[in-house]
Structures are given as C-alpha cells and as structure tokens.
Write a protein that binds this ligand. Sequence first.
Ligand code: TXA
Ligand code: MG
Length: 333
Amino acid sequence: MITRISPPDKKALAFAKEEIARGGVVAFHTETVYGLGANAFDGGAVAHIFALKGRPADNPLIVHVHRDYDLSALVDDIPPYAKALERAFLPGPLTMVYPSVGKVSPLVSCGLNTLAVRVPSSETAQAFLRTVGLPIAAPSANKSKHVSPVTARHVYDDFQGEIPLILDGGACSGGIESTVLDCTGDVPQILRAGLVTREMIESVAGKCAVYRMRTGEKPKSPGMAHQHYAPKCRTACFSAEEREKARLCYEEELRAGGTPFYVCERALLPFLSGNALDLGGDPAEMAARLYAVLREGEQKATLLIAIEPKERGGVMDGVLNRFCRAFGRDHET
Ligand code: TXA
Ligand code: MG
C-alpha cells in the first residue's frame, strides 16, 4: 500500500471519506498530536486500529467529533459542571469521559461503560470529521509504546505502507495529548494531564481532582498504566541537581565510542558542553517541542541524557508526566 501525505484539500477529504466508509484507517492532524482514525461504529475498523498500533486490548480509544456534532447521540448524564467546561474549552485539547449510551462499537472503550469524547480545534481535524460525518475513534498515530507523532512525517515513519492517507496539517501546536477528564462523578477528575490544566478546570468548575493510581489497583484510565513514549535509543535521566552526574554519564558514553545528547530546558544549555537538544524556554514551548525532540534524539544519539526541567504546575504537569515516562522515571501525575 502506498501511504500518501496530503493537505486536507477536496480530493484528499473525499478519499478519506471513502476509506472511512469502507472500514479503513486514516491518520489526521490535531492540535495535540496526530491521530489514527476509523469509524467508531464499525468494530472491524476499530479492531484494525488496535492491530496496526500493536495496542494492548485493554487500552480504550477516544472518539473524535466535529464542533456541531450532538454528543447526546453517544453519551448521556452530562453534569452541569461538564457543560460549563465544554463551553469554556471545546473545541480544544480536552477529552471528556461520560457514561456511554452504547452506540459505538464496544471495542472502542474496551468494555467499559464510559466513553471518552473529544472535539479537536485543528482545522484539518474539523474538515476531516465534518466530511466523514461519523464519530472517529482515534488513538495517537504512533506504534504502541513509541513516541507520539507531531508531524505527518512522524506518522509516516511508523506506518509507511500500512495506511493509505495522512491528512497533513503541519506541526501540532500543542504537542502533548489532550487532558483526559472523568466527568462521571460529582467533581471532575483528571485522568491524564494535558494542555487544559488543573488550574484552568478549577477556574470554571470550582473543583478539580487528580487521579493517582495506587499500586495493585485497576487503573481508571488504562493507558496510563502502560509503558509509553519511549525513544528507540538508550536513555538516562537526572534531576537538575544531578547535573554533574549527567556530565559524567555523557563523558563515559563518549569514551565508549557512542554519541550522547543531552535533552534539557533552554536555561541549562549554557552550562553544558557537547551535543544537546533544546526542550524549550517555557512550559508551552516544552510541550510543543518534547516529542519532536525525542524523535530527533533517537535518530541522532546512542544515548539520550535527560535533565528534568525545574518548573512545576500548570502545563508542566502534562509535560513532566510524558517526560518522566519517556525516560522511565517515576512521577506524581
Ligand atoms: O490528544 C489526544 O487525546 C490524542 C489525539 C489523537 O486526539 N489522542 C490520544 O489517544 O492521545 P490515546 O489513545 O493515545 O490515549 C487515549 C487515553 C488513554 O490513556 C486511555 O486509557 C484514555 O484516553 N481513555 C480512553 N477512553 C477512556 C475511558 N472510557 N475511560 C478512561 N480513560 C479512557
Ligand atoms: Mg497514545
């Protein structure tokens, strides 16, 4: 199969509609990361997504709809606080988990009685969703465990020859996946941190809980229990205080004949000598650059030496969650 990369022009959108209607899979740009989409009503098409990604069968998918789609066709019992959050943040990088009405294929939610729904703000995603006119189940368009894709090229690198079309909307401005918010309780609860932050949710809903998995417990958001975002090269991770250790690690890799690269926030760059990848200067920039830096790093380096950014709270909850999981480090959120 030839994998085409195309902007969302008329021809590409018509082709995407045909593909989706016949149970195929199409990758598309969103403002967070690229998605790998299929008709959420079609069990065979949804199963194909799991097979393409090599995704564990217990990790549910998010359903994507266009901005005028009536969510009551898919979910019910939307509490007043969630309506207010929808008004404030949708379309945008916020996924809401509601009780499902059971219309989409049971494979989408892996048998859970809830459904995660998202209205992306990307023009490319909106054009795609409006043209196909169906709810689209879509995980991030990377092979399971690999780094999420933030350009069409990243998708191509993982799925070349396996999918017919990538709808190219350029680099993703957000850069980390949407905030996943459980709205089935009295208080909204963050299951996955993202660009819509706890502080932003609190400012609209009054309260916002953050889910923390306890050891031995069945996770509420199964995806969070799986290994994720791993670059294909070897990695090491240090706190900002351990800079000297990071330097020794770099020297050792050089002596062994390897090509080490640091990955760190911009403020640290003047204190390091040698190869380095710039994560960015502020939280939004670090979110936007993280996955591209990890993908660049795995191409160039034999060892990626990460130094944890110092800032906490806001968008950094999401950035550090991905950063620490990419480098196999424990993190609170
Ligand atoms: O920004 C995003 O959300 C991207 C783009 C493509 O929209 N999608 C994405 O999908 O990140 P994925 O499959 O990589 O992550 C979906 C997350 C997983 O952590 C999964 O466990 C959780 O959402 N999830 C999906 N349905 C759920 C449900 N019913 N209850 C709890 N968590 C759910
Ligand atoms: Mg993913």
